[in-house]
Design a protein around this ligand. Sequence first.
Ligand code: NAD
Length: 282
Amino acid sequence: MNISDNLLTLADGNKMPQQGFGVYKITNHQEFSDSIKAAWESGYRLFDTAQMYENEQFLGEALHNLQVPRAKTFITTKISEANQGYNNTIVSLKASLTKLQTDYVDLLLIHWPINTEFFDTWRAFEDLKKEGLTKSIGVSNYGMVHLQYLATQAHELPVVNQIEVSPYMSQKPLLKFHQEHNIVTQAWSPLGRGKILNDPVLVELAQTKKRSVAQVILRWHLQNGVSFIPKSTHATRIAENAAIYDFELSKSEMAIVDSANKNHRVSKEPELVYEFGEQYPY
Ligand code: NAD
């Protein structure tokens, strides 16, 4: 198995690469196309953007310039808080598709739960899927309570919940809930945004494995069965993060990574975003 052929099957029957490439905060045009080229050459096929990242047009252009067959790529985008609501969701996805230079995305996510438009946005998602403008529909930053609330009116349930997961924020109870409800967990900031790479316990484990800390963490995600989307703009790190298919962590090594958990978030508490209606102040 390698990064390109490692696919998960979603509850709707569609396949999704388990490992993808995140592009948050890559806003320099040249750096963006160089990063996508390096990621493609290292075997990444899933590219994760969002309306809020303001780089959908760079992704569309970079993939177009690489002359990559559309069917071989998996593109995710996310509807921002400001674009939630039935009509806004539809209009804004169409604008995103133009920027991405494609007729459909593979996965459309609600970026954060907000208390207004909660059901209307999802109703738009269900209709967009029926129209073929997205292959799969999911959410991001939803807690158990948001998923259960959504289920009271949804005709189709999210097949993915993209949430913050790292060794410092392992979210085991939510992962278990996802598993019980056939929702794939997708880990954002899988490397804790790079801030956990000096953790002494993880450094020691990486030394015994003769691997980098990043590789050990990503291998932990892989063996946990979650999807994960690390970001880097350095070709060597992009390749390093993909080279995790030739070693394994034992049960006790997995437990060492588990033990690093601190319930520490790099971003907002989803319940607050739900109440305030946006990722304030960002
Ligand atoms: P990440 O955990 O992927 O960490 C990225 C940082 O780690 C890099 O900027 C770099 O500093 C460092 N790094 C990466 N590989 C390394 C290596 N091999 N060696 C040393 N350092 C390395 O953090 P992220 O970018 O916040 O998250 C990944 C992706 O998740 C984003 O790009 C975005 O696509 C997505 N995301 C989604 C949400 C959401 O609300 N849905 C929020 C944040 C991020």
